[in-house]
Ligand binder design. Structure first.
Ligand SMILES: [Zn+2]
Length: 244
């Protein structure tokens, strides 16, 4: 349960992983391989612009907001995903020292805990909301939790708030949130809004296979959906045609 699939971190943590491997090999240097073009592309999509708005939704530029502890946050997310909670929390502590106890930091602590202890995770999410009720990532994660509880209406509210407050430049997280919003609408049999959300997600990242599949399987090619809704929206057509 996370908004940060490990593959997105692969390029960011490569150096870190390399030095660990070197340590394991008794200090023998290991071959440094350049990032593949695909990794490079993911890295660029994922790392905010230095002078662009910070993805935490503070309204500040990334450089003057979360950039200082970004590496530590990424390490923490990776460690947490791989099941190393203590290591993740150590990285988060370092990030917190650099950035301060912001909603973003509290939310990242929540993500670390979310893999093993939902109670602790919820505690951090609530603290993050107290600091900033509109913090996009916190709302996104609360949306995921609401889906787990099959409370789709609540999930829709959280996802919408996240979408409203992620910077418009943050296509990766907006795409992800629109995709989840689409699924939540679909679960409530609201095909019109599901279609709109998934199509919005596709406009943000036209190569997204998961979103494309959702649209085709659940909407365009789904006989349960009324015919007039199954029509591919004109603004989507160019992405679909380019792929086929
Ligand atoms: Zn920030």
């Amino acid at each position: 349960m996370t908004d940060l699939p490990p593959k997105e971190f692969k390029p960011l943590v490569k150096e870190f992983a390399d030095s660990f491997k070197q340590f394991k090999q008794g200090g023998r240097p290991i071959k440094h391989e350049p990032l593949s073009p695909a990794d490079q592309e993911e890295l660029e999509a994922f790392t905010p612009d230095t002078y662009g708005p910070c993805t935490c939704g503070s309204g500040k530029k990334f450089k003057f907001c979360c950039k200082n502890g970004f590496k530590e946050i990424v390490f923490a997310m990776c460690a947490a995903q791989d099941g190393y909670l203590e290591q993740a929390l150590r990285h988060m502590k370092e990030a917190e020292i650099k950035i301060g106890t912001t909603a973003e930091i509290l939310c990242r602590y929540a993500i670390c805990w979310s893999f093993s202890n939902r109670e602790n995770s919820t505690k951090y999410l609530n603290e993050a909301l107290k600091l900033n009720p509109n913090h996009p990532r916190t709302n996104y994660i609360l949306g995921i939790e609401a889906v787990q509880d099959e409370n789709f209406e609540a999930a829709i509210t959280f996802y919408k708030r996240a979408i409203e407050h992620y910077p418009k430049e943050d296509k990766v997280h907006l795409n992800e949130t629109y995709n989840n919003l689409g699924t939540a609408f679909y679960k409530t049999n609201n095909y019109i809004d599901a279609k709109a959300a998934w199509e919005n997600a596709l406009v943000l990242l036209p190569k997204d296979v998961m979103v494309t599949n959702n649209l085709f399987e659940c909407i365009y090619n789904n006989p349960d959906v009324p015919k007039e809704i199954r029509v591919i929206s004109p603004f989507i057509l160019k992405f679909i045609e380019r792929e086929n």
